[in-house]
Ligand binder design. Structure first.
Ligand code: SIN
Length: 322
């Protein structure tokens, strides 16, 4: 596993004594070697790809969203490229939580925490999937209450603070491992949803999932995605995601994980300054490959050195002081 703690010698603040720069990050009891995390949905569907991302230097890994039963998802086309990102509507395809145990087994031996992204259609079903996810070896959970186009799950749950609180409560009743809640930006007041998740007992908030979007082929006047409506990810949504993290930070006291359009270390630092303790990377992997994790970690490390800081923690939320 790649850890990026370095000793920076001849530091003027310590009168020449070496100091250590810490990229290690703790989220709800999970120790991350660095603050970069694989976002749900990209490369998280098999043991082999999970391992590949771990070896590439991710501090933690989130799986593709998993449900109680296998699900084939929507018909093609499921992804379309647009200026500034991708619009996708896959329809939550996955082999079901029990079949995923084989994939988790294949990751044995890697020290990188594996977070199972899970979805369900009711608080009770969430708790069943959650229990199974922990049984098959997940180190933590991320509740997907934010998929912008699924029926009776995803954002249809995540837009209602009472339902969000109920889902988290039910899951926390059953599991002891850390529970993150991934929120949708497609609401008027995302901080309210974050507070509801915290009230339910969430250990961390992930903000944000994709922004509800659509693409039409002009010549034929035909919506391109088979599902017509999808979710926009990539650089185009980064300012929306940064704003959401900034708003949530002041409203809650549990850690926040930023997600949305992060392509380089500057983007990552922007999220940390807005209040995130770690960042998730998804769409950028399509163009930059898994090496992006190491590149971002190295960039954050150089930033800390330049600013004469010792740990990621020292950057978190600094934009709130301005
Ligand atoms: C999908 O599987 O369609 C995407 C899942 C999500 O946006 O949460």
């Amino acid at each position: 596993m790649c850890a990026y703690n370095i000793t920076w010698s001849k530091n003027f603040r310590t009168g020449g004594l070496p100091i250590t720069i810490h990229l290690t990050t703790e989220i709800a009891g999970l120790e991350l070697a660095n603050p970069t995390i694989l976002a749900a949905g990209i490369l998280g569907i098999s043991g082999l790809t999970l391992k590949r991302v771990a070896k590439a230097g991710a501090g933690a890994i989130v799986t593709k969203s998993l449900g109680l039963k296998p699900r084939s998802g929507y018909k093609n086309p499921t992804v379309v490229q647009v200026d500034g990102g991708l619009v996708n509507a896959m329809g939550l395809p996955n082999p079901g939580i029990e079949h995923f145990s084989q994939e988790i087994k294949e990751t044995k031996g890697i020290a990188t925490p594996i977070i199972a992204s899970i979805y369900a259609f009711s608080p009770k079903e969430f708790s069943i999937v959650a229990e199974k996810a922990i049984e098959i070896g997940a180190d933590g959970l991320e509740l997907n209450v934010s998929c912008p186009h699924a029926h009776k799950t995803g954002a249809e749950i995540g837009q209602d603070p009472r339902l969000v609180e109920a889902v988290v409560k039910e899951v926390k009743r059953i599991v002891e491992k850390p529970v993150f809640v991934k929120l949708t930006p497609n609401v008027a007041d995302i901080a309210r949803l974050a507070k509801a998740a915290e009230m339910g007992g969430a250990d961390a908030i992930t903000a944000i999932n994709t922004v509800k979007a659509m693409v039409i082929d002009v010549e034929t006047a035909t919506p391109i995605l088979h599902n017509k409506i999808g979710g926009l990810s990539g650089p185009a949504i980064k300012p929306i995601a940064v704003r959401c993290v900034y708003e949530i930070y002041s409203a809650i006291s549990i850690p926040l994980i930023g997600c949305g359009g992060i392509c380089n270390w500057r983007d990552a630092v922007e999220f940390l300054e807005a209040g995130a303790s770690a960042v998730q990377i998804g769409t950028a992997i399509a163009t930059k490959g898994p090496r992006i994790f190491k590149q971002i970690s190295e960039g954050i490390k150089s930033f800390l050195v330049k600013k004469k800081l010792r740990s990621v923690r020292e950057i978190v939320g600094t934009a709130h002081k301005k």
